[in-house]
Write a protein that binds this ligand. Structure first.
Ligand code: C5P
Length: 309
C-alpha cells in the first residue's frame, strides 16, 4: 500500500548569482547536476483526520525538522490542497543527503513527497503542474523532480534540461554542521557592498550560463568541466566558514581535477577523472581530518521517481 520515491541530491557546476531583487531573491544562472547520493521518501496511507505526519532515519536525522517547516510535509499539504482532498498521509524520510549542506536535501524531500503522494492518492497530476507546485515550495525543488543536468534561471525554478554525455565522478566532503542558505546569500551581498560593486539587481549584471561549461557537459569531458566549475557563493561560504579552504586544498592535493563549494555549502564537491580516482580522493579526504566524512558518487541521475521492485 505504501509508495517509496528515490530522489537525488544536486551539485551546482555553475552558480552565477545576480543582484538582490526587490522580492529578496537573486536572479541566477544555475547549472544543476543530479548525483547518485540521494534520499528515499515513503508515503503510507493514514486514517482520515490524521493529517500529515513525519519520521526520519539516517546519520543526520536528529537535525531534520519534523514540524510544519519540513518541505516534505508542506509538499503533501500543497498537493492535497491543490486537489481539494485531505492531506492524510505518513511520510518517512530515509535521509542520506547531508542536512543544510548545499546539496538541496530538504528540497529533494519536498519533490519526493510530491511524487510519492501523487502516486499514493492516484492523482495523476501532470508533470507541468507538479513543477509549478514544486516552485511554490522552493527554488531548488523543481530541479529535484527533473534530475539530470539543467539550467535554472529566475531564482532557479525556470528550468531547461541540458544535453550531457556519459558519467562524471564526484566526491563530496561533508562538513560538521550546516550553513543557512539565506545567510550565505546575505554574506555574498555584504561582500559585494564591501568591494564597492553594489549588490542589487541594478548594480550586478544578470548572470549567464558559461558556453565552455555547457560544451564540457555535452562532450562528456571531465577535464574541461573541472576547468569551468564556478560558484559565485563560494567566497561568501568561505567567509562564513574559513576552514573550508583547507578542505578544498586537501581534495586537490589528493588528485581531484576540480574543486568547489556545493551551492551555499558547507559541503565541498570534487570532480575526479574516473571512479577509481574518486574512491582515492574520498579516502584521502576522510583521512585528512578536514571534513567529517567524504563520499564518492557519480551522475547525472534521473529526478524523483517511484522505486519499483
Ligand atoms: O527558495 P528557497 O526557499 O530555497 O530559498 C531560501 C532562501 O535563499 C531565500 O529566502 C533567499 O534568502 C535565498 N535565495 C536567494 N536567491 C535565490 C534562491 C534563494 O536569495 N535565487
Amino acid at each position: 500500500m505504501s509508495v517509496t520515491v528515490r530522489v537525488p541530491a544536486k551539485v551546482n557546476v555553475q552558480l552565477g548569482v545576480g543582484g538582490l531583487r526587490g522580492d529578496g531573491f537573486h536572479d541566477l544562472a544555475n547549472v544543476f547536476f543530479a548525483v547518485a547520493l540521494g534520499d528515499e521518501v515513503t508515503a503510507t496511507p493514514a486514517a482520515p483526520g490524521t493529517g500529515t505526519t513525519l519520521t526520519c532515519t539516517g546519520p543526520d536525522a536528529g537535525q531534520v525538522p519534523l514540524d510544519d517547516s519540513n518541505l516534505a510535509a508542506r509538499a503533501a499539504r500543497l498537493l492535497a490542497a491543490h486537489h481539494g482532498i485531505e492531506p492524510d498521509v505518513h511520510l518517512h524520510i530515509a535521509k542520506d543527503i547531508p542536512v543544510a549542506g548545499g546539496m538541496a536535501g530538504g528540497s529533494a524531500d519536498g519533490a519526493a513527497a510530491l511524487v510519492a503522494c501523487d502516486a499514493l492518492w492516484a492523482l495523476g497530476t501532470p508533470q507541468q503542474t507538479l513543477l509549478a507546485l514544486a516552485a511554490e515550495l522552493g527554488s531548488d525543488v523543481p530541479f529535484a523532480l527533473l534530475g539530470g543536468v539543467a539550467l535554472g534561471r529566475g531564482r532557479g525554478e525556470i528550468l531547461e534540461a541540458l544535453p550531457v554525455t556519459g558519467t562524471f565522478h564526484w566526491v563530496f566532503a561533508v562538513a560538521d554542521g550546516g550553513l543557512s542558505t539565506p545567510a550565505v546569500f546575505h554574506e555574498c551581498d555584504r561582500l559585494r557592498e564591501e568591494a564597492g560593486t553594489g549588490s542589487t539587481d541594478t548594480d550586478v549584471p544578470t548572470p549567464d550560463a558559461d558556453p565552455a561549461l555547457l560544451a564540457a557537459l555535452a562532450d562528456g569531458d571531465p577535464a574541461a568541466l573541472a576547468a569551468a566549475l564556478t560558484n559565485d557563493l563560494q567566497s561568501a561560504a568561505l567567509s562564513l566558514r574559513p576552514a573550508l579552504a583547507a578542505t578544498l586544498a586537501a581534495g586537490t592535493e589528493a588528485g581531484a581535477i576540480g574543486a568547489l563549494v556545493s551551492g551555499s555549502g558547507p559541503t565541498c564537491a570534487f570532480l575526479a577523472k574516473d571512479a577509481e580516482a574518486a574512491e582515492a580522493v574520498a579516502a584521502a579526504l576522510t583521512a585528512s581530518g578536514t571534513c567529517r566524512t567524504a563520499r564518492a558518487t557519480h551522475g547525472p541521475v534521473p529526478g524523483a521517481a517511484v522505486r519499483t521492485g
